[in-house]
Design a protein around this ligand. Structure first.
Ligand SMILES: Cc1cc2nc3c(=O)[nH]c(=O)nc-3n(C[C@H](O)[C@H](O)[C@H](O)COP(=O)(O)OP(=O)(O)OC[C@H]3O[C@@H](n4cnc5c(N)ncnc54)[C@H](O)[C@@H]3O)c2cc1C
Length: 339
């Protein structure tokens, strides 16, 4: 057990890619700000990358009191060794009480590595973060038993208390240009022979095209769509609405779309203004990913489908008839000249 009272302040790791921040870092700053106020502690952003000074300044506007900045060429792209070494060094130097990391692909790689190195616990994929009234410990909430139960997990004996949160679970607060904070440059370096992996190629098109977490409108198809071929209906409706295409896990399992399209507990958590669910039954694991959607439109031939319990608008019918009708109707609205 480590000396708990030596640990103070709440940290949020701000992931960057190509010098740009991932939105989840700012979402976490917004979620952590009131918690840091309640604990009367500093909210510290940690920015590691190359040419990321502007990100450090921006983190202050999103709520950080202080930013720890490591900026060097060996951090230009993510490697487990370089980033874990850097974050562990910062934790050992400053001893934060809490450390939050976005559950992106890289965050999911980094967080457990750091937790193991500093011998503390990690609660992955939290959907809520609070403070336990009685003990003052962080109370991390996450789904368990296939999403049927929400577990509140605490880490009473070790510090820092670590948790990861998926992109889109919290909303990014407003940027406040008038906020002032301190930016502390840390001159931590990693020798090339400490980095055991090398980035050979970056394949970007696919991931960028399916940035579901930041999509305003999503049209998602389920097993009811029937085949990979029939997914052209979903793509067409998405195109008319200027939407991204999502899907249920059944679709990924059938090999009709890749996992980057999957919405739900083991896929993406999304917060669009409109979520169109076509031929999706509405299993609890799927609904876990769309709780933050502002409006849900569901199309299903089964009037008892659970998706209708969360839908703002429900259409009971065969998607092979309903979706073409929707495409025609929306096309008329967006381009009245076309038939
Ligand atoms: C640990 C765990 C994690 C999971 N994670 C996820 C996850 O992240 N995301 C996820 O989606 N699932 C997840 N699942 C799986 C989940 O339990 C369901 O199996 C899955 O969501 C079902 O997908 P579906 O709704 O497409 O298929 P189904 O449940 O088979 O539903 C198909 C629907 O299509 C309708 N339909 C059929 N034909 C038509 C038609 N012609 N017109 C209109 N409607 C039609 C049917 O009425 C039915 O409601 C997870 C499960 C577990 C155990």
């Amino acid at each position: 057990m480590n000396q708990l009272n030596e640990y103070k302040n709440m940290w949020v790791y701000i992931e960057t890619e190509g010098g740009k921040p991932k939105s989840v870092g700012y979402e976490l700053l917004s979620a952590a700000r009131p918690l840091a106020d309640r604990k009367c502690c500093e909210l510290v952003a940690v920015v590691i990358g190359h040419q990321v000074e502007s990100v450090a300044a921006e983190a202050v506007g999103y709520g950080a009191d202080r930013v720890l900045l490591i900026d060097a060429p060996e951090f230009a792209s993510y490697t487990t060794d370089a980033f874990a070494n850097a974050l562990v060094a910062l934790v050992e130097k400053y001893r934060p009480e809490t450390l939050m990391i976005g559950a992106t692909n890289n965050g999911r790689d980094l967080a457990p590595r750091v937790a193991a190195r500093i011998k503390t616990g990690l609660t992955a994929d939290c959907t809520e973060i609070g403070i336990d009234e009685e003990t003052g410990n962080m109370a991390w909430t996450r789904p368990t038993f296939g999403g049927n139960l929400m577990a509140v997990i605490m880490c009473p004996d070790h510090r820092p208390q670590m948790g990861t949160v998926r992109p889109g679970v919290f909303r990014k607060g407003a940027f406040d240009a008038s906020r002032r904070g301190e930016i502390v440059r840390e001159d931590f370096r990693v020798f090339p022979d400490e980095i055991r992996t090398k980035l050979i190629e970056r394949v970007q098109e696919v991931a960028d095209a399916v940035n579901l977490e930041e999509a305003e409108i999503i049209v998602a198809g389920g097993r009811g769509v029937g085949s990979a071929d029939n997914f052209r209906l979903i793509h067409e409706l998405a195109e008319v609405l200027g939407a991204k295409v999502g899907c249920s896990r059944a679709v990924v399992d059938a090999g009709w779309l890749s996992h980057i399209h999957q919405v739900g507990q083991s896929g993406k958590t999304v917060t669009p203004r409109l979520y169109v669910a076509v031929g999706i039954s509405g299993a609890i694991q799927h609904l876990a990913g769309i709780a933050g959607a502002e409006k849900v439109l569901a199309v299903n031939k089964d009037p008892e489908a659970p998706i209708f319990s969360v839908a703002d608008v429900g259409i009971v019918g065969d998607l092979n008839e309903v979706v073409p009708a929707l495409i025609t109707a929306f096309r008329k609205r967006t381009n009245p000249a076309k038939p």
